[in-house]
Ligand binder design. Sequence first.
Ligand code: SAH
Ligand code: TYD
Length: 405
Amino acid sequence: MNCRSCSRPIEPFMSFGRMPIANGFLLPEEFSQEYFFDLMPSFCTHCGMFQIIEQPDPGMMFHGHYAFFSQTSTGMCLHFQSLAESVIADCLTINDPFVVEIGSNDGILLRHFAKSGFRHLGVEPSANVAQVATSNGVNTISCFFNTATAEKIRNENGEADVILAANVMCHIPTIHDVISGIRLLLKPEGRFLFEDPYLGNMIEKTAYDQIYDEHVFIFSVGAVVNLFQQYDLEVIDVLPQPTHGGSMRYTIARRGFHRTTDRVEKQLQKERAIGLHKPETFLRFKENCEQSKKELMKTLQHLLSEKQTVAGYGATSKSTTIINYCGITPDHLVYISDTTPTKQGKYSPGAHIPILPYTRFSEKHPHVALLFAWNHAEEIMAKENRFRQSGGRWLLYVPEVTILS
Ligand code: SAH
Ligand code: TYD
């Protein structure tokens, strides 16, 4: 296997074992045909790109019944409103600008541009979520973004002033085709802003649940610099974000068109200080994952032996890695509650734990709730304060296995 960024040979440094499609919630009649692959992370010692070795075909993950709808979290709605406001103020002050978003999902971000009357276009291959965006007045085409799509958009609309992408660049294995497309579509002085879960936060928190089929890459600033410089594109700014348990926003532009902020060099120095370029860091991460798994299973076994009812909270994609790597079964978790209607009534990928509406959780609290949507902890714990008041306990596993009474 060769690195998807620099083409040098890479090897896995650990295996999480056989994994199903992380968002592949399913019905009992589909259990026998469930697809599995080997989830093995790797780190390129040449360019620093963290990636998984094997990834299922994109068409198996993104299709007409994709389970993830961005607007299920109020916190994320507010986050994208603030991103839209800053892009409008900083980048769209010229006459009749054009904004493109890659992976626009249900329109969580682009709706703010649509509402303010900006020319905009979302590119979203999962037809069901794209349909939600379209019905809310967000211009969307349903296809994968690549060089051919970029060319078509440019021919029909002209060049883009800004291209945006949130939590999608890390999904795309054919990253060179995407960057060629971005270069083709973007005005010479245009800017490409994208944000994704950040490798530094994942390592620091042992948040190994960021590693699943969709996340073919977990980026660091060093690896992103090395990737884009192959196209004479430079990282002109980076800004850490609290979303998804710790993300990084990157601003990219053609070399020489914009000033680079000091934040880029500072973050690169930070990455060297925490050893993000060293294989030892990833071997330590592997040990931390194994330790975390042992502690979580010990805690769940203990709760089971004490006859405590434990339910999962949030049927996240991340939970698929935790559940299947740790060996959590329907004996440990009676159900997982989730607000997404299309997940309810189905079963979790791999372990087949029932997914129930969140109303089930509030009607009859379990003794303990395993918080799979830990990245939304503040929003969820505020909403569910009755759970703790009535004696319920939250079980967390990031950054450490902990029970909050
Ligand atoms: N931007 C949203 C959605 C992130 S989920 C948010 O941050 O909440 C990733 C989305 O990217 C999915 O809706 C998926 O269908 C889409 N996607 C995956 N590969 C893509 C590609 N090659 N081009 C455009 N969108 C893609
Ligand atoms: P997220 O961490 O964004 O998911 P992923 O790991 O797939 O990126 O969490 C979103 C999931 O959590 C989604 O299925 C909805 C669910 N959820 C709840 O059930 N209740 C809540 O209060 C929130 C914020 C999310």
